[in-house]
Design a protein. Sequence first.
Length: 289
Amino acid sequence: MIWEALVQPFTEFGFMRRALLGCIAISIGATPVGVFLMLRRMSLTGDAMAHAILPGAAVGYLVAGLSLGAMTIGGLIAGMAVALLSGLVTRVTALREDASLAAFYLISLALGVLIVSTRGSNVDLMHVLFGTVLALNDAALILLCTIASLSVVILAVVFRLLVLECADPQFLQSVSGLSAITHFVFLSLVVMNLVGGFHALGTLMAVGIMILPAAAARFWFESIGGLILMAAAIAISSSLTGLLLSYHFSLPSGPAIILVAGAFYVLSLVIGPSGGVIARAYLRPKFEP
């Protein structure tokens, strides 16, 4: 019974194995980026950047159809363009970075949906917005694993700078000229992982696997190492559980994975020992009248 429910779908069907491998690659590459987004209070920036890649992916679709390479390059160009433009607007005007990102992401989302819906079918639009994790081919898996590997290596190189920027960005600016470079490299990692996640989970769901496990991990650990490991474990568990629910109950795979990650977040919110509801209620000082 347990074998049939948990293992047999992956032993019998190659598309389930490819979907699981792709989700594991996304979990390993994207969740550490999500942890730093959360620590830098930039979680909504990830959502904005996820929508920002949509018009580039849509243009790639118009040029070459559902081509992995064209949509990846288009998404990368669009995401980096929005990141650079929002930073430029912040530096030359009085508008804050969060407001400029919000403006550009709304424009990008509307433009991308318009392009796909006017030149393609509803099926194509659903593919772009929600992904097709059960249809990952070998080329997509190579892309996802490459992005995950590059992300881990780059994070290892800039890890200390990112930690310092999270703790005291003003100090980093005062002692090093690498603050702006670190910020740009980090935004590049965000875009790169969102483009990878887009092929499996779509633009609307890719940010979920990046942010929800990181937010859930915050209720279990306070150290950055613990946060990253816990977030990756939650993301992989969510992917496995979501794929099994999708297989057994004929649910859409991407939303199922993100909803399971949301369930982990709610559970962690309640019982997590590091600031969860129960822990805070138990540790709250009780004053005698």
